[in-house]
Design a protein around this ligand. Structure first.
Ligand code: NAP
Length: 304
C-alpha cells in the first residue's frame, strides 16, 4: 500500500508537517510521501478532488482552509462539527471524504504530558487567550477533560467579540450533544483590558492552565498589533504585571506558538517559576493522530 498525503494551505512553505510525517513513514516502514501544495481559497475544492482522483489517502488543511474544508466533505466527525473546522480529510475507499479535527486531540495529548498536581480535572480552572480557530479546539478539549471553570480573554475588537460568542455557542452545543447539564462548568468571557481591574475575579488568580491561542509572540507577527505596549521581539498577549496576578504557583503556561521555541509569554512565565510548554507538542500530536487515521500506524514521539 502506498500512502500519498498532502498539506493544503496558503502559505505552506514554512510548515514543519512534511518533516514530521516523513519521520512517521520511516518509523512505520510505510511507503508514501507528504507534500505541501500552496492552495488559494478559490482552488481548494479543485485541489482536493484532483488529489483524490490521483489516489491520495487524504490531506491536512491549514490556514485559511480549515472552515471551508468542512463544507466540501460527505460527512464529518462530531468533534469537527462542534469545532466548526477540519484539519484532516480522509479519502475513503468508497469514494467518500470524511472530515476530522485532530487539533483538539493534539492539545489533549500535549497537556496530558505536563506535570500536573494531584488534583483532578473537575476542580481545575483554565484561561484561553484569544477566540479564533484554534481556541475552539482548545475549548472542546477542556470541556471533554471536565475543567471546572473556563475563561476566555479577548481583545476589544468586533471580530474577537463575535468569535467569543461563537465559543459560548460551542460550549452550549457540547453539553447539549452529551445530554448533560452545563451547571458544573463555569464559562466566562472577559476583556484583556479587564484583568488589571480584576473583573475576571477569582478565576484569574486561581488558574491551573493558561493558553495563548493568539499569534502574539510568533516569529514575524506584527508588533504594532500586540495588545500591550511592547517593542521589538518582546510581544506577549498579557503583560508581566498581569502575569503577577496569578497566585497559583502550579499554574502551567502553554503557548500554541512553536516558532520561536520560547515566546515572550513563556519567557515571562518561566522567570516567575511557572511550568511552560510551547506548541510543538500539539503540532506533533495532531499530526500523529492524522497519520494514524490515514494509515492505521500510531507514531511515537520524536523531537525535530
Ligand atoms: P486565528 O483564527 O486568526 O485567531 C487568532 C486570535 O488571536 C483571534 O481571536 C484574534 O483576535 C486574536 N489576536 C490577534 N492579535 C491579537 C492581539 N494583538 N491581542 C490579543 N488578541 C489577538 O488564529 P488561530 O488559527 O487560532 O491560530 C492562533 C495561533 O495558534 C497561531 O500562532 C497559530 O500558528 C497557532 N496554532 C498552533 C497550532 C499547533 O499545533 N501548535 C495549531 C493551531 C494554531 P481578533 O479576532 O480580534 O483579531
Amino acid at each position: 500500500m502506498i500512502y500519498n498525503l498532502a498539506l493544503l494551505g496558503h502559505p505552506v512553505s514554512h510548515s514543519k508537517s512534511p518533516e514530521i510525517h516523513t519521520g512517521f513513514f520511516r518509523e512505520g516502514g510505510l511507503k508514501g510521501g507528504y507534500i505541501c501544495l500552496d492552495t488559494l481559497p478559490k482552488d481548494l475544492e479543485k485541489n482536493i478532488k484532483s488529489l483524490q482522483e490521483l489516489g491520495f489517502k487524504g490531506v491536512n488543511l491549514t490556514i485559511p482552509h480549515k472552515q471551508a474544508g468542512l463544507k466540501l466533505v460527505d460527512y464529518a466527525s462530531e468533534e469537527a462539527q462542534l469545532i466548526g473546522a477540519a484539519n484532516t480529510l480522509i479519502f475513503e475507499d468508497n469514494g467518500k471524504i470524511k472530515a476530522e479535527n485532530t487539533d483538539w486531540i493534539g492539545f489533549q495529548k500535549a497537556i496530558n504530558d505536563l506535570q500536573w498536581t494531584e488534583q483532578s480535572n473537575i476542580s481545575r480552572n483554565a484561561l484561553i487567550i484569544g477566540a479564533g480557530g484554534s481556541a475552539r479546539a482548545i475549548l472542546l478539549t477542556l470541556l471533554k477533560m471536565q475543567f471546572k471553570q473556563i475563561g476566555v480573554l479577548i481583545r476589544n475588537t468586533d471580530s474577537s467579540k463575535q468569535n467569543a460568542q461563537g465559543l459560548k455557542l460551542l460550549f452550549d452545543k457540547y453539553f447539549e450533544s452529551q445530554g448533560i447539564s452545563s451547571s458544573d462548568c463555569a464559562f466566562v468571557i472577559a476583556s484583556l483590558d479587564e484583568i488589571d481591574q480584576n473583573k475576571t475575579g477569582l478565576l484569574f488568580e486561581q488558574i491551573d492552565l493558561i493558553v495563548n491561542s493568539t499569534p502574539v509572540g510568533m516569529s514575524g507577527f506584527d508588533t504594532k498589533q500586540a495588545s500591550y505596549d511592547a517593542s521589538g521581539e518582546k510581544q506577549s498577549p498579557i503583560s508581566e504585571r498581569q502575569i503577577n496576578l496569578i497566585t497559583n504557583t502550579n499554574c502551567i503556561f502553554y503557548d500554541l506558538i512553536y516558532n520561536p521555541i520560547e515566546t515572550e509569554f513563556l519567557r515571562l512565565a518561566k522567570t516567575k517559576g511557572f511550568q511552560t510548554r510551547n506548541g510543538y507538542s500539539m503540532l506533533y500530536d495532531q499530526a500523529a493522530e492524522a497519520f494514524k487515521l490515514w494509515t492505521g500506524f500510531q507514531p511515537k514521539y520524536f523531537q525535530l
